[in-house]
Design a protein around this ligand. Sequence first.
Ligand SMILES: Cc1ncc(COP(=O)(O)O)c(C=O)c1O
Length: 436
Amino acid sequence: MSERLAINGGNSLVPEGIEKPWPIITQDDIDAVTGVLKRGELWGPEATEKTALEKEWAEYCGVKHCIVTNSGTSAMHACVAGVGVETGDEVIVPAFTFWATAQAVLCQNAIPVFVDIEPVGYNIDPAKIEEKITDRTKAIIVVHAHGLPCDMDEINAVAKKHGLKVLEDAAHAHGAVYKGKKTGNLGDMGMFSLNGTKNLPGGEGGFVTTNDPDYYEKARLTCMFGEKTVPKENIRPYDAYTMGNNYRPVEMTCAFVRSQLKRLDEYNAKRLVNVKYLSDELGKIDGIITPVDPPDRTNAYHIYRLMLDPRAAGYPDIDPGDFRWAVQNALFAEGVPVMEWHSFPVPGQSIFKKLDAYGKGCPWNCGHARQGIKYDSNDYPETQKMFAASFVLYNMYASNGLELMKYYVDAFHKVFDSLDDIATDPKYYKRVRASV
Ligand SMILES: Cc1ncc(COP(=O)(O)O)c(C=O)c1O
C-alpha cells in the first residue's frame, strides 16, 4: 500500500526548513562590502569597484566592453538603445520571457513583435523568426531561457540575411556556454541581471556586454543621463546628447558581485550536479520529461523546468493542464518547491491588450510605427502548451546538495505511486500556489 499523500492528510515527505537560501553570503562578501563603506567611495561612473567589475566581467565573457548597471532591466534598455533602435522600429522578442525584455523595446518607443518558442528548450524558435520580419525590424532579442543558450548559429544567420542586430537577454545565463563561447558574447550586445535570485547575485544590478565600441558608447550615454562620461580629472560639461537615465550601480553592489564572481563557476558546477541527479532520477518516472541540453552547449540552470505527460503516466484522458496542477499541488503539499515561473505568454499581458504604454496609445499609434499590430496569446501555442503542462522546481542552486535533492526525488515517487488518488479528481486541479 502506498503512503498517504500529504495533500490528503498524510505527513509531508520533505522535512520542514532543511533547504538553505540563495545566495550564499560568505565572510569575504561581507568584507568586500564593508571595505567599500570604510573607504567611503559609494558611487561614480568610473568608481573603483564598478570599473574593476566591468573589466572582470568583460574578461569572464571574453568581450571587449562591459557596463555595470543598476538592474537587468536598465541593462536591456541600454542594449536596445546601444544598437540604435528608434521610434517605430520593430524588435523581435520571444513570447516566453520576463516582460522586462519587451519593456526595453518600448523604452525606445519601438514595437515588440513576438515569436513563439521551440518545444524542447523553450527558447525562441529560429524557424519562426523570418515570418515576423518586416521592413521596420531592427533587431532580434534572444532570451537564454532558464540558462540554456539559444540556437545562436541559426539566429545569427537569419539576422545577417536581413541586416538585423542580435541582442542577448542572458539574465538567466551567467557562465552558460554555446559552442565554446560564453553568453554575452554570442550576438551584438548582451545583458545580464544581478538580481538576488540570479546565478550571479548582487541584490539588484545588471551588465551590458559588447565587442563594438560604438554600441558601447551609445549604451553608456543611456546609462548616464545621455551625457558622455569624462575622466575623473576633467570638468563635467553637463551636456546631454540624447535621452538617457541614471542607470548607475552603487559601489557596495559592485564589490559584492566581484566577491561572488570568484565563486560563480564553482556554484554553477554544484547546480549542475544537483540538476543531473534530479534529471537522472526523475527521468525514470513515467510521465516526467526532464530538460534536454544539446551537446554543444552548457546550461546555467538558473531555473529547472519539468514537463508532465499524462499519457505516459497512464492517464491519456486527463487534460495536461489538469494533470499538471494535480501533481504540482500534491508535490507542494509534500514540501517540494514546485512553482510557476510566469503563466501565460508576454503578449497576453494587459499592456499589449490595451496597446498603450505611455498614454494615448503610444507607441503603437505613433506616426512612425506600422499600424494595425495586435497581440493574441493564442498565436503562441508552444508557449501556452509549456505553461499548461510544466512547472519549475526551486532550491536546486548551490546552497543545497544531494541530500535535499534526494528528498525531492522521494516525494516525486510518493506522488507518482499514488496518482490514482489525485489525477482523476477535479478537486485537485485548482491553481493553488502561483509562485515563490
Ligand atoms: C529573462 C529576464 N530578463 C530580464 C530581467 C530583468 O532583470 P532585473 O530584474 O535585474 O531588472 C529578468 C529578471 O528577472 C529576467 O528574468
